[in-house]
Design a protein around this ligand. Structure first.
Ligand code: GEK
Length: 243
């Protein structure tokens, strides 16, 4: 692979051992291609985040992009918000990702790129918090605590954008959505070998919850308005608003 080839071929050759998935240097270098071909509706999800920024971000408040990867959502938020003196805190615990963010995001004075574990991030004066495909990487028992920290740090009227891969309680629906999702990945150019090796690498790393559990947990956290605003096969995005 040449240094400027950004195509994801990480799982294209048969591996003697499939190791647990990590957001390391080789993943960071092809991440844009990987996520665009792996998440149905990824570019639409980003555009929706830009739209929410325009509607919800208030002057002199903060926006948190937790698990920012290459910072695509943060850059869109910075471009789309008209709220003066707002500041974006973009957090990821992968040094390789944050190094790339710092290079791409040069010139965006209102974005702070932080290499930090989101479980350690203190949240305050927030008008918007983004968890775009990140909560699923925390251990299930840690998820409610993070949502509580986010809720407490949001200002009244503030919003959490939560996008996740989900599982279905109904076995038949789960099998059907898995079949459709694998079909989607094949249309995006991934082989059966790539799909199965990646699935093995993500086992116990990306642990999806059900829609029922997400809705219940968001409501129990205290969010007064909870909406599912997007769904593509087994990917959903919620908007949760604090009154
Ligand atoms: C996007 N939001 O393009 N602390 C900080 N970062 C973490 C942690 C943690 N505990 N766990 C995982 N991450 C992005 C896409 S990707 C989704 C998000 C995916 C980070 C991890 O390093 C990775 O960059 C990101 O969360 C998840 O809009 O790859 O499916």
């Amino acid at each position: 692979m040449s240094a400027d080839d950004k195509t994801d071929r990480i799982f294209s050759r048969r591996l003697s051992e499939v190791k647990a998935f990590e957001f390391n240097q080789s993943v960071a270098s092809v991440f844009q291609d990987m996520i665009s071909r792996s998440v149905p509706g990824y570019s639409l999800l980003l555009r929706m985040i830009g739209l929410y920024a325009d509607i919800f971000v208030t002057p002199a408040s903060r926006v948190f992009d937790l698990g920012c990867s290459l910072g695509e959502a943060s850059l869109l938020i910075a471009d789309q918000t008209r709220a003066v003196d707002s500041r974006i805190i973009a957090v990821d615990n992968s040094q390789a990702m944050i190094d790339k963010c710092r290079r791409h995001g040069r010139g965006y004075e209102n974005i702070e790129w932080r290499c930090e574990d989101i479980r350690q991030t203190s949240i305050d004066n927030a008008s918007m918090v983004v968890l775009n495909l990140t909560l699923q990487f925390l251990q299930p028992e840690e998820r409610a605590d993070l949502l509580r920290t986010i809720y407490d740090g949001l200002n009244p009227g503030g919003v959490l954008v939560l996008s996740e891969k989900i599982v279905f309680d109904d076995t038949r629906e789960n099998e059907r959505m898995t079949q459709l999702y694998q079909g989607f990945k094949k249309t995006m150019g991934y082989s059966d070998l790539e799909i199965s090796q990646k699935r093995n690498a993500l086992e116990n790393v990306l642990i999806p919850d059900s829609d029922r559990l997400h809705m219940q947990r968001l409501r129990q956290t205290g969010f007064e308005e909870v909406y599912q605003c997007f769904r593509g096969f087994n990917f959903v995005s919620y908007l949760a608003i604090k009154a």
